[in-house]
Ligand binder design. Structure first.
Ligand code: LLP
Length: 470
């Protein structure tokens, strides 16, 4: 596929919600210079597209700010739960990032990509004995223990493997990160981590266990947070705990892991987290603490997931059935839905959608008399809806339930069956949360880099979906 050389003459759209997304003067949506409709036709839909350069730029921005304000020895461990496939581990390793993993599947994917497993931080609130043994067999660098029970399990497993396992203890600071309840983790009533006031006994216990080396503490307060304040509140509580731990147990942390959670923009009204603002605030708190308490400056780790991949991805869909409900809602059905993006169904998460082709005036697609835009032959819609019906329409999926909504209030030009639409910023927690609900095969991930498109994950087939059935 050739790069569209009209790129210089295009304008960036939507205030950079998605960097590298442009609209050509003749109304065609370009992602990293590639014509979206042509990519849809070549690879089929639904289609996850990822801009490799955006992933790389996000890694650099995070790492540069982190090291500038929190120390040259600071490490960013990409949270693979946002998007895990072999190619993403190759890219982030190339950018000098570590990774966090939470399951045998994520561990194996990183391992199979050739990732240095000593750069893996293994997480989870309920690691099984088999998970722990597998992580140790693969040689992960750090395991974050979620409880004293887990410390004991890691200790036993390390003893039988004849190793000493470096660990961190996950502490729960008891603060509200003011994000969606289902993605908050730092509040007092959380299934994650050790309540901060029980840290002294947990640290004393970990220090007494053979086969483990307690290197420091970890905290992750939640996800999609853009305000620096909750991060600062969490650090203040952790630093207070560290000074108490030093006097009570003699423990000095070599590592402080602040987790991830840096917010991105899905819609115009969102504000993205600014790594410079957040890390400069955290950096001065940490420096002050170390200076006044004469505490050796710990190495800082962060675990960004969403902020590395979200705005690097868009999903393309083909429009099918269009109808108006009895209540007057315009439903635009697409050939994907909650199986490839369950985030609206789960969190009412907002997304921005655009038509892949729009007239320069922005009100209608250019022509529907041209050849069908996808492989299938779409018929004209049975409804003769006015253009205004698409000003506030619901983009819904093809799964058999009413909650299968992608964008409840989209603003589209008039679209017809066969048209391509793009949902923006789907790079995080879409592919990684995709399912085969209704036995839908999962879409492929096509990466764009240096004027080339390449398949990073191939499209599933109906045979793949049934491949494990006995
Ligand atoms: N570290 C830990 C320990 C975590 O639990 C998480 C996310 C991260 C790092 C990365 O957070 P991020 O930078 O991506 O916000 N499925 C939800 C998000 C769940 C996040 C779970 N933990 C969603 O689609 O919004």
């Amino acid at each position: 596929m050739k790069r569209n050389n009209k790129m210089q003459t295009t304008t960036f759209i939507d205030n950079f919600i998605t960097p590298r997304l442009t609209r050509s003067p003749d109304g065609r949506l370009l992602f990293d210079g590639f014509d979206c409709e042509q990519l849809a036709r070549q690879y089929g839909t639904p289609l996850y597209l990822m801009s490799e350069d955006t992933v790389r730029a996000n890694c650099r921005r995070h790492l540069n700010a982190l090291r500038r304000y929190l120390g040259a020895d600071a490490v960013a461990a990409y949270a693979g739960k946002a998007l895990s496939c072999r190619q993403i581990y190759r890219i982030i390793a190339d950018e000098g990032m570590y990774a966090d993993a939470v399951s045998s599947g994520e561990l194996y994917t990183a391992y199979a990509s050739g990732f240095d497993m000593s750069h893996i931080i293994f997480h989870g609130n309920n690691k099984t004995p088999a998970d722990i043994a597998y992580a140790q067999k693969l040689g992960v660098g750090l395991i974050v223990a979620d409880s004293s029970y887990e410390v004991a399990m890691i200790s036993r497993s390390a003893a039988s493997a004849g190793i000493v396992q470096p660990i961190l203890l996950r502490l729960t600071p008891g603060i509200d990160a003011h994000t969606h309840q289902k993605i908050s983790t730092g509040q007092a009533d959380s299934k994650f981590g050790i309540p901060i006031d029980r840290a002294p006994e947990a640290v004393a216990h970990a220090l007494s266990m053979p086969g483990v080396r307690l290197d420091g503490i970890h905290c992750h307060i939640g996800s999609q947070i853009s305000d620096p304040k909750p991060f600062c509140d969490a650090l203040e509580i952790l630093l207070d705990a560290l000074s108490g731990l030093q006097s009570d147990t003699g423990f000095t942390a070599r590592i402080i892991n602040l987790g991830g959670g840096f917010g991105v923009r899905y819609v115009d009204s969102d504000t993205a987290a600014n790594p410079d603002t957040i890390f400069s605030a955290l950096g001065s708190m940490l420096d002050d603490f170390c200076r006044t308490r004469r505490y050796p400056h710990p190495a800082v780790i962060t675990e960004p997931g969403r902020s590395i991949v979200a705005d690097a991805g868009i999903t393309l869909y083909t429009v099918g059935n269009i109808k108006q409900s009895g209540a007057g809602t315009t439903y635009v059905s697409v050939d994907g839905g909650m199986a490839d993006n369950p985030r609206y169904a789960l969190y009412c998460a907002p997304y921005t959608a655009l038509a892949a082709v729009e007239s320069p005036g922005g009100s209608a697609t250019i022509s529907h008399t041209s050849a069908p835009l996808s492989d299938e032959d779409y018929l004209p819609t049975e409804f003769n809806l006015p253009d205004t019906a698409f000003n506030d329409c619901a983009i819904v999926g093809r799964c058999c339930e009413s909650g299968d909504i992608l964008v409840p209030h989209a603003h589209l030009p008039r679209v017809c069956p066969g048209d391509i639409i793009a949902v923006l910023n789907t790079g995080a927690y879409n592919y990684s949360m995709a399912s085969n609900y209704n036995r839908l095969p999962r879409p492929p991930i096509v990466m764009l880099h240096n004027g080339k498109a390449y398949v990073a994950v191939r499209r599933e087939t109906p045979e793949d979906v049934a491949a494990l059935d006995c």
